[in-house]
Design a protein around this ligand. Structure first.
Ligand code: ADP
Length: 148
């Protein structure tokens, strides 16, 4: 059976750190579905449509990567597609505590769901979508932080 992982996130915007996680995740999974979510507690800066379009273009030559958007609970999306694995990244202990809480709650909602964490590659550890957005808002050049 094909091993499929869901990589959910806001991706506002999709950074080199996210890209690296997908590439490395493909060594573990046959297919990765990048799911751009509407996060109710975060007002988006880049639109969902633009975000999905740019990530789709980025992986257009890679048939193992799909890009979708969703506005349901992540566990419900995983159940709907019969997906057993979530892929998430860890940059630091703050991410760890946050991700641990979400993963435990998700598993309560969907028992068979395993969250697989990859540590961020050192060179991308300090890239955060929040800071990239702030730079863009202030007219700065964000090209070194996002995949070309
Ligand atoms: P969310 O709003 O769900 O936290 P993000 O788009 O901020 O969505 O992040 C999605 C996932 O990518 C999270 O697991 C996060 O820890 C991870 N991530 C964020 N930035 C990086 C990075 N620079 N390197 C690797 N993983 C990252």
């Amino acid at each position: 059976m094909k091993k499929v992982a869901l990589f959910p996130g806001s991706f506002d915007p999709f950074t080199k750190g996210h890209h690296d996680l997908v590439i490395r995740g493909l060594q573990l999974f046959d297919e990765i579905i990048i799911a751009v979510g509407y996060n109710t507690s975060k007002q988006r800066y880049f639109s969902i449509e633009d975000t999905v379009a740019s990530i789709t273009t980025l992986f257009s030559s890679n048939r193992s990567v799909q890009v979708i958007s969703y506005n349901s609970l992540t566990v419900d999306l995983a159940k709907k597609h019969n997906i057993r694995y979530l892929l998430r990244g860890l940059r630091n202990t703050v991410d760890f505590e946050f991700e641990k809480a979400i993963a435990r709650m998700n598993q309560k909602l969907y028992l068979e769901l395993e969250t697989v964490f990859l540590l961020t590659s050192l060179e991308y550890e300090s890239i955060s979508s929040t800071i990239v957005r702030e730079i863009h808002k202030s007219g700065g050049d964000i090209s070194q932080f996002i995949p070309s």
